[in-house]
Write a protein that binds this ligand. Structure first.
Ligand SMILES: [Zn+2]
Length: 444
């Protein structure tokens, strides 16, 4: 009897030991499998968005905004473009029902804008033909969205062909060792004022580098037909501020936004996440509002102002030249907005009326060029607060008087996947806006 009891006690002990060891083994496996999964979360082949949908939601009160933010925090949706009353969201096919129920239960109206994102991506960019390359000496067209190599090839060609007029500066390199280039276009007149134009800070906003290269093409080949105030300006133009992200949006993930530097995993529960939002990384009121401290978030502002190679290169170049800066124009998409500071909070500059007047003239010029209505206003109160933006830094630190962020087409029909057939119309209206801002800069 005693022996029997002893036997059971020993058996019990052995079993519990086995259970304990299997738990530890499991938890090790768990850690292991989490690691593998995190590694797998970084895709190596093109992300497929079949069945993903874009919905436009109407947000008319704070409760609505809370619901959307909660869906976003649970990973059920991603947010796209939006403003204070409406937000476009991306919904994964497995979450369609749950998200629809949540919206309905909270009286949030929505409609489906894109019912299959993958199809929209496939329809967006026709293949590039290089028929013109021999004749024009570069590969650039405004019928397709081009890769960074074509864009660098284009501005390098201009600098070689028109050395008295165009000069390329390589202002830095990215984490993946790509060049960041700026084209200076100048007739060399003493006393010219300087204007900075950039594009491609956010990887997925493909219309932005397309429009900026169109403006370059116009300034180089057609400047004689432009008014005098356009001719006597030093232009510094950076068509692709985020080449790593832009390339990644072509090769792996069409809707990637940030740059591609891996973040410190200890800041995010040992999850390895890539990229900083460059337009939250500039050093004026950095980190205040509308930016995330989570390295996995799409609006992650970095560990400190100018922590990123791209924003740092831009800062050092702009502050290192003797240029007489008067205007800053950053092209983004989408939503059709002309925005001026401040972005970090709902406040305006002391000279905001000057910026507002010029923005209204630019908006009128866009309509006169056949374009749609662009909404005008200070960034934070028109869209949402977002600290660390390049336009705030250009205004607040460099004192470029006319500092704008222009959100190009469209208003959400295609969002980030605007078909390439819209490049030329969007570029023409953007050029009309640039003329108005340059005229103001020339008189500032
Ligand atoms: Zn953007």
């Amino acid at each position: 009897m005693n022996r029997r009891i002893l036997f059971y006690i020993v058996l019990e002990l052995l079993i519990s030991l086995a259970v304990v060891s299997s738990i530890t083994e499991d938890s090790e496996n768990f850690v292991q499998s989490r690691k593998t999964r995190d590694a797998l979360e970084e895709p190596t082949s093109k992300v497929n968005y079949t069945g993903n949908q874009i919905w436009k939601t109407k947000l008319i009160n704070d409760q609505h905004k809370k619901v959307i933010m909660s869906l976003r925090n649970q990973g059920l949706i991603q947010t796209w473009g939006g403003n204070r009353t409406s937000l476009d969201i991306l919904v994964n096919p497995i979450n369609l029902n749950e998200v629809a129920d949540t919206l309905r239960n909270n009286d949030i109206l929505y409609n489906i804008i894109i019912d299959n994102l993958q199809q929209a991506i496939e329809d967006e960019n026709p293949p590039i033909t290089h028929d013109n390359e021999d004749r024009q000496g570069h590969r650039m067209t405004w019928n397709s969205y081009h890769r960074t190599s074509d864009i660098w090839g284009f501005i390098d060609y201009l600098a070689q062909t028109f050395p008295d007029f165009c000069k390329v500066f390589t202002i830095g390199q990215t984490h993946e060792k790509r060049d960041i280039k700026v084209l200076k276009i100048s007739n060399g007149k003493v006393g010219n004022k300087a204007v900075w134009i950039d594009g491609g800070m956010h990887a997925r906003e493909w219309i932005s580098p397309a429009v900026v290269t169109y403006i370059i093409n116009q300034l180089v080949y057609n400047l004689d037909n432009e008014p005098d105030y356009m001719q006597n300006i030093d232009y510094y133009i950076a068509p692709v501020m985020n080449p790593d992200g832009y390339e990644y949006s072509h090769t792996i993930d069409r809707i990637w936004r940030k740059n591609r530097r891996p973040n410190d995993p200890t800041l995010s529960g040992f999850k390895l996440c890539y990229g900083t939002d460059l337009n939250r990384n500039f050093g004026y009121k950095w980190g205040l509002g509308g930016t995330s401290k989570d390295p996995c978030d799409v609006t992650y502002g970095g560990t400190r102002p100018f922590s990123e190679l791209e924003s740092k290169a831009m800062k050092e170049f702009i502050q290192g030249t003797a240029a007489n800066w008067k205007a800053y124009i950053s092209f983004h998409s989408y939503g059709q907005y002309i925005l001026y500071p401040w972005g970090y909070a709902s406040a305006v500059t002391t000279d905001y009326k000057d910026l507002q007047n010029v923005a209204h003239k630019a908006g009128a010029a866009i309509r006169a060029a056949g374009g749609p209505t662009y909404t005008i206003g200070p960034a934070a109160s028109t869209l949402y607060p977002a600290a660390g933006g390049s336009d705030d830094w250009a205004k607040g630190v460099v004192r470029m008087k006319y500092s704008y962020t222009i959100e190009l087409r469209d208003d959400g029909r295609y969002g980030f996947v605007l078909p390439a057939s819209y490049i030329q119309v969007t570029s023409k209206e953007a050029l009309a806006a640039v003329r108005v801002i340059v005229e103001a800069a020339s008189q500032a």
